[in-house]
Design a protein around this ligand. Structure first.
Ligand code: PLP
Length: 416
């Protein structure tokens, strides 16, 4: 018998609305024991006036308490946790600026475009937002070692936060596929690196099937990571003074990030912080596009891509685990799912660089997607659009040097 949880306390719940089996918040379960779907944290926010909470969150920006200087824990009323403040594992993540697009806006043909660059986090990707929450929970439950499978950025983030928490970090990477920069970070932070022959999906299978009881799993199926990541939308709306943009555009890999944004919109609307939600657009790379294929086919079952292939290695994922949550989120917001080619990603990435911002290839899918939607007449040029950038330009320097040298060589040929 599963215990029945009062809806008045924060607990774990199966994310399948037809199942909704509940679990204790700190129970170490990877998936629903009844239907095997992913779990989510059912948050019970405090019964407070939204205006009062908005004011308090803003006020915390002037505090020097580590729980307030973190752009994640600043929103702790909507996070799980009966953690003591000293138990929170933080590197001051979050708090990234919203930057107006210049050349990139003109290039896509829209008038109101901004970037929120989650790559400007401590280890250079949005993974830090979820990792602070996941690592805090791991430490709270008494874990000694933590592990993840990763295309690189989760590994770098896990390694850093494990070091802060004093835990052993172990990361499973697809051999030869993660960028050297990300591998270097994981090593620098002292993680054990296990290279797996095959893709990210294979690495995740090895980890999950290993069922090592001493390891705490910190992949994006971990519901605590989703909680941390959702605060990106709290921060975004705060930066917009709670004016809701028309679109939020996000890259799609394993689809944890898009799931977390959807969860934020549901909670903020239900609690009266906003009265409508932005449409969420998920952009995948064409060589790793199972959700976009499914969306275009109008199907209800995901067919994995057996051999995912794209220059955007952070989203080179053929079997995204969080697809059901992400699909629910897109449908809830009236958004859409699409894909772009590696060429389109490369052009968009170079443009973002010319705006003085920079990002890694996976992040540039957002700008490429916006441009494509405009050129197809599917996006209003006057819409208020926020493109999420997910990883720092220095995450994949090989790619930049290769592409730019090829471009310069081509330009030289033309001028001779
Ligand atoms: C992890 C990652 C993604 C994909 O996020 P998901 O939550 O897996 O969809 C996109 N861009 C970068 C830079 C990443 O590190």
């Amino acid at each position: 018998m599963q215990p029945v949880h009062s809806s008045l306390t924060t607990h774990l719940r199966c994310s399948n609305p037809g199942c909704a089996t509940t679990f204790d918040l700190h129970e170490r379960v990877l998936a629903c024991t009844k239907c095997c779907d992913l779990l989510e944290v059912a948050i019970q926010p405090p019964p407070e006036d939204p205006a009062e909470l908005k004011r308090r969150w803003l006020e915390r920006r002037t505090s020097n308490n580590p729980c307030d200087t973190s752009g994640v824990w600043r929103f702790r009323e909507f996070l799980p946790g009966d953690y003591r403040q000293s138990g929170i594992v933080t590197l001051g993540e979050g708090n990234v600026r919203l930057v107006r697009a210049l050349n990139t806006a003109a290039w896509t043909g829209v008038r109101h475009l901004s970037f929120k660059h989650l790559g400007w986090n401590p280890t250079g990707s949005f993974k830090d937002l979820g990792m602070t929450a996941g690592m805090t929970e791991a430490k709270f439950t008494g874990a000694k070692a933590v592990a993840c499978a990763s295309t690189g950025n989760t590994a770098a983030s896990l390694a850093a936060y494990a070091a802060r928490a004093g835990l052993i970090g172990r990361v499973y990477l697809p051999a030869g596929q993660a960028s050297a920069n990300k591998l270097a970070q994981a090593l620098d932070f002292g993680a054990e690196v296990v290279q797996i022959e095959g893709s990210f999906d294979d690495a995740l299978d090895v980890l999950l099937n290993g069922r090592d009881p001493d390891l705490y799993f910190l992949n994006s199926i971990n519901p605590f990571r989703i909680e941390g990541q959702k605060t990106a939308m709290f921060e975004l709306l705060e930066q917009l003074e709670w004016r809701v943009p028309d679109y939020v555009v996000v890259p799609g890999g394993n689809l944890g990030n898009s799931s977390s944004f959807g969860k934020a919109f549901v909670e903020l609307k239900q609690s009266g912080f906003i009265d409508r939600v932005p449409r969420m657009v998920i952009v995948q790379a064409q060589g790793a596009n199972p959700l976009a294929r499914m969306w275009n086919a109008g199907s209800k079952e995901l067919e994995a891509v057996a051999f995912p292939e794209t220059v955007a290695t952070a989203i080179r994922i053929g079997n995204p685990r969080s697809w059901k949550k992400a699909l629910q989120a897109v449908e809830y917001t009236g958004g859409l799912v699409m894909d772009v080619t590696d060429e389109e990603i490369g052009e968009a990435k170079a443009m973002i660089g010319r705006d003085g911002i920079g990002c890694e290839p996976a992040s540039a899918t957002t700008l490429a997607g916006i441009r494509k939607l405009v050129s197809e007449g599917r996006l209003d040029r006057d819409a208020e659009i926020v493109a999420m950038l997910t990883g720092h330009a220095l995450k994949d320097t090989d790619y930049i040097i290769k592409v730019q040298q090829k471009q310069q060589a081509a330009d030289a040929l033309l001028t001779h």
